[in-house]
Design a protein around this ligand. Structure first.
Ligand code: 13P
Ligand code: SF4
Length: 326
């Protein structure tokens, strides 16, 4: 996409509300980032929750956590700048250790990743001997190294079903586990971690939306509570939300997820009306064009994973790729 085309998308994502001055600033940052990225043979990966200027403006590859993990493993670049949160950049480093992995703000965390430690996983293993432990990818490298297999929101059900036995321990997202439990016959021992963004949506929000917008299709992320996902039209990973809209062409949608997701989808689907409903992730919002430029210029903040941790974490990620049916 030319810079001009990217700016058109960004303006569309913001419903034409960007001032000429802000648009000019965005253009200048994109141009500066483009030059330095080429000089340094860098590739920029961007999660679906990035703001439109980061998502459309400078990210070479975009997607959900599973897609970005796969792409980061394949990236042939000296530098990967991960436009997302820290556990995602760590995953890229685990999968592509020869690349220098940078994140524009190393304090871009995640409430789920912060909710569990490697010691917690060891305690769970003692409590449930012989039971496989699956962790949502939203966890630190040290937690990845302790568990048996990783899953993402796109493949959680398939991974749980593919594991041996009738019991599984799922960490750290208790709500994702609750959503998997709706269709799995296995006994799931869930860790009570929560996404601070998706836990804010309630069944009442669904009821009120249906009264106000009777035609609306409501789409939720599986980090929402199961009493919310029970009532919506579709539940899926951030990229699945996008394919649902592409495949079903709804006239009006409401997304129970992070705000930039709806902005980015709006630019891609001009015929669809997006009813405002979102919650903002303060961690994702730490990634800005200005900080991405500095990250490239000064080659900071570098994300590293100690070799002994990387080995175990890679094993759990590889187990996911081997079992994944998506
Ligand atoms: P996805 O894997 O669906 O992109 O989700 C990542 C995430 O952090 C959602 O809050
Ligand atoms: Fe973590 Fe929730 Fe933010 Fe995703 S939206 S990065 S799960 S805090």
């Amino acid at each position: 996409m030319s810079i001009e085309e990217r700016l058109v998308k960004i303006q569309a994502a913001y419903v034409g509300n960007l001032s000429a001055q802000r648009l000019q600033e965005i253009r200048e940052w994109i141009e500066k980032i483009e030059v330095i990225k080429n000089q340094k043979n860098a590739v920029l990966l961007g999660h679906n929750y990035m703001t439109p200027e980061v998502f459309f403006g400078v990210s070479d590859i975009t997607g959900d956590s599973l897609e970005l993990a796969r792409k980061s493993a394949q990236a042939k670049a000296d530098i990967i700048v991960f436009n997302g949160v820290h556990f995602m950049a760590e995953t890229a480093k685990i999968l592509n250790p020869s690349a220098k992995v940078l994140i524009a703000d190393s304090t871009a965390g995640c409430s789920l990743a912060e909710s569990i430690t490697p010691e917690d996983v060891r305690d769970l293993r003692q409590k449930h001997p012989g039971v496989p432990i699956v962790s949502y990818i939203n966890c630190t490298a040290a937690v990845k190294a302790e568990v048996d297999v990783i899953c993402t929101s796109a493949n959680a059900f398939h991974i749980v079903e593919a594991l041996p036995g009738n019991e599984v321990v799922m960490v750290p997202d208790g709500y994702l586990a609750g959503n998997v439990a709706k269709t799995s016959k296995k006994v799931i021992h869930a860790w009570p971690g929560k996404c601070m963004v998706h836990e804010l949506f309630t069944p009442r929000d669904v009821e009120e939306a249906r009264l106000r917008f009777p035609q609306v299709k409501i789409i939720a992320h599986p980090e929402c509570k199961s009493n919310v996902t029970d009532k919506v039209d579709f539940t899926g990973s951030t990229s699945r939300m996008s394919s649902y809209i592409e495949e079903t062409h709804p006239e009006q949608v409401l997304l129970f997820t992070e705000c930039s997701m709806g902005d980015n989808l709006r630019a891609e689907h001009p015929g669809v009306e997006f009813v405002p409903s979102c919650q903002s992730c303060p961690y994702m919002k730490k990634i800005t064009l200005e900080k991405i430029y500095d990250a490239l210029l000064y080659e900071k903040d570098e994300v590293t994973v100690p070799d002994n941790v990387r080995e175990g974490a890679l094993h759990s990620l590889q187990a996911m790729f081997d079992l994944s049916k998506v």
